[in-house]
Design a protein around this ligand. Sequence first.
Ligand SMILES: C[S@@+](CC[C@H](N)C(=O)[O-])C[C@H]1O[C@@H](n2cnc3c(N)ncnc32)[C@H](O)[C@@H]1O
Length: 212
Amino acid sequence: MSGKIFIIGIGPGSKEYLTVHAMECVKNCDYTVGSIRAIELFSDVQNKIPFNVKELVDKLKEGVELAIDGNKVAILSTGDPGFSGVLNTVLRISDETNFPKENIEVIPGISSLQLAAARCHIQWDNANVMTFHGRENIDDILPVINNGKITIALPSRKVKDMAQFLLDNGVDESRKVVVCERLSYPDEKIVESTLKDIANSEFTYMCIMIIY
Ligand SMILES: C[S@@+](CC[C@H](N)C(=O)[O-])C[C@H]1O[C@@H](n2cnc3c(N)ncnc32)[C@H](O)[C@@H]1O
C-alpha cells in the first residue's frame, strides 16, 4: 500500500520563516529527504536522507520508493516548492513510478522572491516575476525588461553576468538594480546600485536581482 509524500517549502533559510505546519509535518514523517542545510532547520526528524546537489534526483527517487513501500516521506524544498523548487521533479518521478498524485501533498513555504519583495516594499503582483535558475538561455527577460514594470529575477548564473547580459543587449546602464543576498541569514545584504556597477560586483549565488 502506498504511503504519502509531503513536499515541504522551508522558506528562505532562517528558522523564523519556517511554518509551524512544516515543522509538525516533518515531525510526523518516517523519513525526511533534503539538503543538509534544510534538514538542520528541524529539531525533530526521524530518519534523515541528506543530499548534495549532484545527488538530488537519486535521493528524490529514494524518497518516492520509500513512499511506495508505505512510508510517510517529507521532501524539503528551499523557499516554496512551486517556484524553481523540487515540485515538478518529484511529480515526474512519482508519475514514472506510478505513485498516486492524490497521495502527494504540497506544503507551501515563503519564497525568497516574496522576502525580497517585502524587503524592498514591492507589491509583487504587478512585477515581472522570472526565474532563470538552472537555465542557460535567459533571453526571455529581454521582451519584458522595458515594459515599465519592476522585474524580480532569480539569476541563472552570477548576478554580474546577468547584469552584463542586459548591458550587452542595450539595457540602460543607469537602471536601478537591487541585489538581495542571503535573505533571512545574519549576513543578509541588500545592495542598491546601477546596472553598470552591479556588472562589476561580486555576489554569492544566493541572490535575488530586482531591476527597476
Ligand atoms: C533552486 S532555487 C530555489 C528557489 C526557492 N524555491 C524559492 O522559492 O525561493 C535557488 C535560488 O533561489 C534564490 N534563493 C534561495 N534562497 C535565497 C535567499 N535566502 N536569499 C537570496 N536568494 C535566495 C537564489 O537565487 C538561489 O540560487
